[in-house]
Write a protein that binds this ligand. Structure first.
Ligand SMILES: NC(=O)c1ccc[n+]([C@@H]2O[C@H](COP(=O)([O-])OP(=O)(O)OC[C@H]3O[C@@H](n4cnc5c(N)ncnc54)[C@H](O)[C@@H]3O)[C@@H](O)[C@H]2O)c1
Ligand SMILES: N[C@H](CO)Cc1c[nH]c[nH+]1
Length: 371
């Protein structure tokens, strides 16, 4: 079974873009910016600065505070242990430089990425965004969140520039197919967070009005034609009404909405686990949230746009079935565990003997002698 994955032709095209930017640097990145975004910025990197609409900046900083309260608890402590004559330490260290991809005007996505990166302790944080995304509000929020520079070149070419010419160690962030293919290609050279492509939602609704069940779905479909939503319910009438709302209100740029009758939460949990969606919205039967295994984030009795903005959960979430093994971006995406073993006093003879047995079994004479 093959699920998700990126279209091979997109990956191939993006590979050529990445290689070209790796070789020819800024000149190539600017040429692609002109080709795909119609703009050739005069200065590639803009320094964050105060300004913009104060109400927007304040709202973004409120979202940041809400996120920070939860995500600071996700910064792991170092693990220390003494055994057999060794002090063993697993020490979490931040990467030095990170690039955060922010699709144009997604100021909330800047918040969702910059807070975990700065909690991790990344020394230099860069934002990569298409030129039309570089607004005074974005620059002001970037400044408040400790961003060093905003690269106003988007798409895979912007990410490639950050990797090969700014020297970032990690790239993270959501975007369309080209950006996700860019991260996939760049994962050969730097750390990436995963695939966070077009938005996906499953809604489970029981005992609520169809308007309530439809609201989150219509919101997430607003992200574009490649997004999708499913509405599950044991109530056929509710499903029919939701379909009617979709038919009435959908625009040509919205993705598809599917409805499915399920017997109850057990069947719904199986369907959700099979789809492994980015978002799950649960109305009326909160236990479903704790039954599912494969989902990026769950909103209970609240429309998922709350989670997108202020509920304190990172909205950079796995898509394309990757919620089977990943969750939201957290400080861990910017941290690496470094192992340290220090001989303190003499090594336990039984442990030393075990090491010699293993070296001998593997045929490593010099290892044996070193021990
Ligand atoms: N999963 C998540 O966590 C999450 C969160 C927020 C947003 N999203 C998704 O992010 C997406 C945002 O998409 P978007 O299109 O606005 O922004 P985007 O920045 O991902 O894609 C647009 C950019 O791609 C580049 N591009 C276009 N055609 C190209 C080509 N042929 N080759 C190389 N590069 C090319 C251009 O630079 C353009 O600015 C939406 O689909 C939304 O659903 C996902
Ligand atoms: N719904 C997106 C996650 O899939 C996040 C977002 C940003 N802005 C609005 N919504």
């Amino acid at each position: 079974m093959r699920r998700g994955g990126l279209p091979r032709d997109v990956v191939k095209g993006v590979e050529a873009v990445v290689d070209d930017v790796a070789e020819r640097g800024l000149e190539a990145a600017l040429r692609y910016s002109e080709q795909f975004d119609g703009v050739k910025p005069s200065a590639p990197i803009v320094e964050p600065r105060a300004g913009g609409d104060p109400a927007v900046v304040k709202a973004a900083l409120e979202a940041a505070e809400s996120l920070r309260r939860v995500y600071k608890r996700l910064v792991p402590p170092d693990a220390v242990d003494y055994y057999g004559g060794f002090m063993r330490l697993v020490s979490w260290r931040p990467v030095d430089k990170a690039a955060l991809y922010v699709p144009a005007r997604y100021i909330s996505t800047l918040v969702m990425l910059a807070v975990p990166a700065s909690l991790a302790g990344v020394r230099e944080i860069y934002v990569v965004t298409p030129p039309r995304g570089v607004t005074e509000e974005l620059l002001a929020v970037a400044k408040e969140l400790g961003v060093k520079g905003v690269l106003q070149i988007g798409g895979p070419h912007g990410l490639a520039y950050a990797v090969f010419h700014i020297g970032v160690d990690v790239v993270a962030g959501p975007g369309g197919l080209y950006v996700q293919a860019g991260k996939y290609v760049l994962s050969q050279y730097v750390g990436v967070d995963g695939i966070e492509g077009p938005t996906e939602l499953v809604v489970y609704a029981e005992g609520v009005a169809p308007e309530v069940a439809a609201k989150g779905a219509m919101a997430q479909l607003e992200h574009g034609p490649t997004s999708f939503a499913h509405v599950l319910s044991p109530d056929e009438e509710l499903l029919r009404a939701v379909e009617e709302i979709y038919r009435r209100e959908k625009t040509s740029s919205m993705g598809p909405l599917h409805v499915k009758k399920v017997a109850g939460v057990e069947e719904a949990a199986r369907v959700v686990d099979e789809i492994a969606p980015e978002h799950l919205e649960v109305w009326g039967r909160r236990e479903l949230a704790f039954m599912v295994k494969n989902v990026g984030a769950v909103s209970i009795n609240a429309p998922s746009p709350y989670l997108d903005y202020v509920a304190g959960i990172c909205h950079v979430l796995p898509t394309g079935g990757t919620a089977r093994w990943r969750g939201p971006v957290t400080p861990l995406n910017f941290l690496k565990p470094i192992g340290v073993a220090e001989a303190v006093g003499s090594v336990d003879p039984a442990l030393a003997e075990a090491a010699r047995v293993l070296a001998k079994y593997e045929g490593f004479q010099r290892h044996f002698e070193a021990i």
